[in-house]
Design a protein around this ligand. Structure first.
Ligand code: ATP
Ligand code: MG
Length: 578
């Protein structure tokens, strides 16, 4: 798979949601924009553009939803139109206010605003019911009392036409009477359904007298116990679009076959007709995106929650340290197409790297500490060294980092038997401690098992700032933290949640959850950070030099600092596997 483009190498850019039209104009129009521009040129809908984002509140939003959100709100913004937020809440069994709240929080966090246009399909249950009575009156819908299995068997197959139900010829009066009694609660779940009367031999199976209503004696999170019949998704969606004055109803490709039905309902009811347009959903490798599967991970405690930083959810990415700008840039780079494809996860990682590269102040943090004692450095001396907060942007300023006789370095920056080209610390070799001094390793201290537990060095007092006074070459530069000033922290490192590239494709008899990557979370409980991080607040982001981008966890406190690694500095995955 192609590596992601580096920042600036794409022809498109959207640093603000649809904000900077001049910038967006530099790429060619995607196919939906082409349709919209043609519609506007033809004067359709008086040139109006009105879209919506219609989640079902049965789970948290994920990065796939972000693609749809950026698309719908982005189009509205680009064409001076509007975008609604609508909850498609027709299934009382799986929906919950927890999801309703989290969805609003996530859409806002991504940088979008629906103003006062927040709608619920459930607020239209009465209108939808009246529409159904209208279809009945026009002989276009009937109450079917077949058993579910019978109904299924009579539907036919792709190659065989279905069979008409015996109830298909019920009179308008009988249908109306039964439908009203269904609503009144006279029947058990499953006793009857309301179906559209279209064509049981239609080549499109969805047109074979689709269900409009089923009986469900269930409590709804908004309408309570007011209803015991609930409208089907297909019967709800288009009519809600229409009543909201939507002009372009954008959905994912799996709804392509539903379009005929969408159009049929709107035409028969004689309503304003939004145009349904399908685009390819986002798929990411090493990732599952189905809400059902994500819920299963949460319920089985295979992750710490919907916002586990390994989850592809918006709240997981937020906790991991992603910015809204990086997610919007990612959605812009992957583009909009009509063909399904799988996007390499490294594109998402590159998007956050590109953003944090310009935004995150640099600091020093040692993840796996090894103590270094500088033997010729006075016991109680402390040097206050100036360190730049950003290598390229002076507006970040600088900070003071204390240096003392004992410092921590990374275990991996020391090697006892080092090859010739090893430019870090090793007995007899000299290395630069970033911003501080040149030090030379003189000896090591080992534990009973022979592991190096301490490194002894001398420093060159004339090399303050890291420059050799005589101009001698010292190639290696490593980061460090003064031991007596170090702030203790817990650091969580993340890897892909699944080991398999296509975690949804599992052989028969195997569980997709077996594909979870056992090494997706590594907790380092002994990290040593420079003292400026003592006051880092939840949500703050930094680059730990040489170690990657890190974000203070939302539950972190000054007594127990916790950082999540958002991304490494380079795509380590490519290095390991290619
Ligand atoms: P489920 O996982 O339960 O099948 P869903 O992901 O389709 O549901 P919805 O709440 O119905 O969830 O989605 C809201 C909107 O987001 C829909 O318009 C849907 O097309 C879009 N959407 C969902 N998943 C993706 C995806 N992976 N890529 C792009 N758009 C998506
Ligand atoms: Mg859906």
């Amino acid at each position: 798979m192609e590596p992601p483009p580096k920042n600036g190498s794409t022809d498109s850019s959207a640093s603000e949601p649809g904000g900077d039209v001049a910038k967006v104009e530099t790429r060619s129009l995607n196919f939906i924009e082409q349709i919209i521009e043609a519609d506007r040129a033809a004067g359709k809908n008086n040139g109006r553009v009105h879209t919506r984002f219609p989640p079902e509140p049965n789970g948290y939003l994920h990065i796939g939803h972000a693609k749809s959100i950026c698309l719908n709100f982005g189009l509205a913004s680009r064409y001076n139109g509007l975008c609604n937020l609508r909850f498609d809440d027709t299934n009382p069994a799986k929906e919950d206010v927890e999801y309703v709240d989290s969805i609003q929080e996530d859409v806002r966090w991504l940088g979008f605003d629906w103003d006062e246009r927040l709608y619920y399909a459930s607020d239209r249950f009465e209108e939808l019911y009246q529409f159904a009575e209208r279809l009945i009156q026009e002989g276009l819908a009937y109450v079917d009392s077949q058993h579910l299995e019978e109904m299924r068997a009579n539907r036919g197959t792709v190659t065989e036409p279905g069979k008409d139900s015996g109830d298909r010829s019920r009179s308008v009066e009988e249908n109306l009477d039964l439908f009203r009694r269904m609503r009144a609660g006279e029947f058990e779940d499953g006793a009857h359904v309301l179906r559209a009367k279209i064509d049981m031999a239609h080549p499109n199976m969805l047109m074979r007298d689709p269900l409009l209503y089923r009986i469900r004696h269930a409590h709804h999170h908004r309408t309570g116990d007011r209803w015991c019949i609930y409208p089907m998704y297909d019967w709800t969606h288009g009519q809600c679009d229409s009543l909201e004055g939507i002009t372009h109803s954008i959905c994912t490709l799996e709804f392509e076959t539903h379009r005929a039905l969408y159009d049929w309902f709107i035409e028969k009811l004689g309503l304003h007709h939004p145009q349904q347009i399908e685009f390819a959903r986002l798929n990411l490798n090493y990732t599952v995106m189905s809400k059902r599967k994500l819920l299963e991970l949460v319920e089985n405690k295979l992750v710490s929650g919907w916002d586990d930083p390994r989850m592809p959810t918006i709240c997981g990415l937020r906790r991991r340290g992603f910015t809204p700008e990086s997610i919007r840039a990612f959605c812009d780079r992957i583009g909009i197409a009509r063909m399904n494809s799988v996007v390499d996860l490294s594109w998402l990682e590159q998007a956050i790297r590109d953003d944090l590269n310009t935004k995150a102040p640099r600091v020093m943090g040692v993840l796996r500490p090894l103590k270094v004692v500088i033997e010729n450095y006075p016991e109680d001396q402390i040097d206050e060294l100036e360190a730049a907060n950003h290598p390229a942007d002076e507006s970040f300023g600088s900070r003071i980092v204390p240096f003392s006789r004992e410092v921590y370095i990374e275990q991996e920056d020391f090697l006892e038997d080092a090859p010739r080209k090893y430019f870090r610390l090793s007995p007899g070799r000299e290395v630069r401690l970033r911003y501080a001094y040149l030090v030379t390793c003189t000896s090591v201290v080992k534990d009973d098992d022979g592991h190096v537990i301490e490194v002894r060095c001398t420093y060159d007092p004339a090399s303050k700032g890291g420059n050799a006074p005589d101009g001698r070459k010292v190639k290696g530069t490593i980061h460090w933290v003064s031991a007596k000033h170090a702030v203790d922290a817990k650091v969580c490192l993340y890897d892909r949640l699944f080991s398999q590239e296509s975690p949804d494709d599992v052989p028969e008899g195997q569980d997709w959850k077996d594909g979870l990557n056992p090494g997706s979370l590594e907790i380092l409980s002994d990290a040593k950070l420079e003292p400026s991080l003592a006051t880092a607040a939840p949500g703050e982001r930094f680059q730990f030099e040489r170690n990657g981008y890190f974000c203070v966890d939302q539950d972190s406190t000054s007594e127990s600092l916790t950082f999540n690694r958002t991304a490494t500095l380079r795509d380590s995955w490519i290095k390991q596997n290619k």
